[in-house]
Design a protein around this ligand. Structure first.
Ligand code: SAH
Length: 215
């Protein structure tokens, strides 16, 4: 599949809409204007790729709504060279936005089929993103600490491992809530190791599943 002028036009309109909905960080909007979202969805869904909606990507999962991707990414304040952990690789779209912003991206997915599909997709698209098959509740101890941590599924609580794997001066963005709606939390780990917590509104995510639950 290719990225045509028509796709670029649709993408520009989508990004203009997201800007109007309140996203201010132009670097985030620029990265989203660059990454062809339709390449992360099945070809038959082409016409839906540039609507501001989440969409099924198989295995009962979804690619996040573009506004949500923009919102979470803006909260993260990504800078060139940041080491970033994403929990919930899914389609790989969000990981690519982080990569476009200059981050060194590590992303973990617990569903084997999705992990394999996305790993190959990202490699074919020449995105140098490190993909891992594993349980995001545990983070990625071998590569910690991370300057930024992004969770893209609904967490019933903030996993201790993720708190611990956050670098001092780091930021974690995580939707927290066990019901069908979650509070977008931003956790800032100060240089003295103290955590500060902020709330940034309500969102809906698919659940972060634990080891005991079936995928
Ligand atoms: N960031 C994705 C959207 C992810 S949807 C994108 O840009 O497309 C949430 C993803 O989290 C799903 O793919 C789901 O399988 C995954 N997930 C659920 N529980 C998980 C866990 N414990 N560890 C890692 N990934 C998990």
């Amino acid at each position: 599949m290719t990225d045509t002028y028509r796709h670029k036009g649709l993408r520009k309109r989508l990004i203009d809409g997201i800007r109007q909905k309140g996203i201010r960080d132009e670097a985030v909007l620029k990265a989203m204007e660059k990454v062809p979202r339709h390449l992360f969805m099945d070809s038959s869904f082409l016409e839906f790729a540039y609507e501001d909606k989440p969409f099924p990507i198989g295995s009962g999962q979804t690619i996040s709504q573009p506004f949500t991707v923009a919102f979470q990414t803006e909260l993260l304040e990504i800078r060139e060279g940041h080491k970033v952990l994403e929990v919930g690789t899914g389609s790989g779209y969000q990981a690519c936005i982080l990569y476009e912003l200059g981050a060194r991206v590590f992303t973990v997915e617990r569903q084997k089929s999705l992990f394999l599909k996305t790993k190959h997709l990202l490699a074919n698209m020449n995105f140098a993103i490190r993909t891992f098959y594993g349980d995001g509740y545990k983070g990625l101890q071998a590569f910690a600490p991370f300057d930024r941590i992004l969770v893209t599924a609904a967490a019933p609580y903030i996993p201790d491992a993720l708190r611990e794997q956050l670098a001092r001066g780091g930021i974690m963005v995580i939707p927290v809530g066990a019901d069908d709606v979650q509070v977008m939390k931003r956790i800032i780990k100060a240089e003295d190791g103290i955590y500060h917590e902020e709330d940034h509104g309500l969102f809906r995510f698919v659940p972060l599943l634990s080891d005991r639950e079936t995928a």
